[in-house]
Design a binder for this molecule. Structure first.
Ligand SMILES: Nc1ncnc2c1ncn2[C@@H]1O[C@H](COP(=O)(O)OP(=O)(O)O)[C@@H](O)[C@H]1O
Ligand SMILES: CC(=O)N[C@@H](CCC(=O)OP(=O)(O)O)C(=O)O
Length: 311
């Protein structure tokens, strides 16, 4: 929903949220089309720059799954995903290092610099930010199946601990950290860890006010083929209901798990927002109506009504 057409009313509406969120931490996960398409990436970085300029402490976690698929295909490396997570052979991990800590990472940093933001790039290995152990074979129900199957995800890291110290230092210094989805093992190993999972763990460790997932779709949809079936609010219980009905599939599965972990870990709200619709992130932060799906642990509270402005 756009802000009021009256510029002063719009300013008043937004200023309530600016006051509310100044000095608070937002973790923003960016993936999919938003990363790949230069115009969308630029538009996203301009929105992030605005949040940063209002003294909101922003941490970006990026994915790059689609870019890694393309590189693997070009290198004739098989691509296999189960329940939205990648099976990672040593060859896939080598490509993941190039894509996640290289191409995707640099392009995002360059665009943030262009938007006037002092962005600093890190992976989960920097200063022990994301510590992981290799995932043992696990029982998973693949999309469309009813029976679980034993899956060995290979060099995929399950997060054991996060040490957000380096992020806190950067945020204190006014920098905007950008984290790539690679994690480190005790033994010097490097693992591939889903970016949604890293974003949720960092949001909990940083006591973030909000966790955002920017998507190619408008938010959580009742029917993934109908963008108009957007679910504007959901509680954890309602999310569990949608999962049970099979509404949540593919890349939305790790996101649903990440949302549950973040809310259970004390993050007050998680937001599934379009990275494609113009200024959808700003609309989610600065308007009463929002633009995507807001997920909260219990019943959604009424949005704080700005004094003097009708919701
Ligand atoms: N109920 C749902 N609502 C919205 N998207 C869904 C739903 N179920 C499955 N999806 C799929 O999940 C995708 C989001 O995950 P993904 O594309 O992996 O994002 P990213 O690459 O940003 O992590 C959507 O593009 C959509 O195809
Ligand atoms: C283990 C696992 O699935 N890792 C992900 C990490 C990248 C990611 O999460 O990218 P998106 O957010 O763009 O999907 C992968 O290899 O695709």
């Amino acid at each position: 929903m756009p802000l009021s057409p009256n510029p002063y009313a719009a300013l008043k509406e937004a200023s309530q949220y600016v006051r509310l969120f100044r000095g608070k931490t937002f973790v923003v996960k960016v993936g999919g089309e938003v990363l790949a398409e230069p115009k969308l990436r630029k538009a996203l970085c301009e929105q992030l720059a605005l949040l940063w300029s209002f003294s909101i402490r922003v941490v970006v976690v990026h994915g790059g799954g689609a870019e890694l698929d393309a590189v693997c295909e070009a290198m004739h490396i098989p691509v296999q995903k189960v329940a939205g997570r990648r099976v990672t052979s040593p060859e896939v991990l080598d490509a993941a290092k190039m894509v996640f800590a290289g191409q995707v990472h640099m392009d995002l940093l360059a665009e943030l610099q262009a938007a006037g933001v002092p962005a600093v790039g890190l992976t989960g290995l920097d200063a022990g930010l994301v510590k992981a152990t290799r995932r043992p074979p696990v029982s998973v129900v693949p999309d469309g199946a009813t029976e679980p199957q034993l899956v060995d995800y290979g060099l995929v890291g399950d997060i054991e601990a996060v040490d957000p110290g380096v992020l806190s230092h950067l945020l204190e210094g006014g920098f905007l950290p950008v984290v790539a989805p690679l994690s480190g093992g005790e033994d010097g190993a490097i693992y591939n860890t889903n970016a949604d999972t890293i974003a949720a763990s960092l949001a909990v460790a940083l006591k973030a006010e909000k966790l955002f997932f920017l998507l190619s779709v408008p938010g959580l949809l009742k029917d993934v083929s109908r963008p108009s079936s957007l679910i504007p609010h959901a509680t954890l219980a309602e999310l569990a209901g949608y999962e049970a009905k099979g509404v949540v599939s593919g890349g939305m599965r790790p996101k649903a798990t990440a949302v549950k972990a973040a809310l259970a870990g004390g993050v007050p709200s998680a937001h599934l927002v379009s990275g494609v619709a113009p200024d959808a992130l700003l609309a989610e932060v600065f308007t009463n109506e929002g633009s995507g799906t807001m997920l909260v642990p219990g019943l959604p509270e009424a949005a704080p009504a700005p004094a003097g402005v009708q919701p």
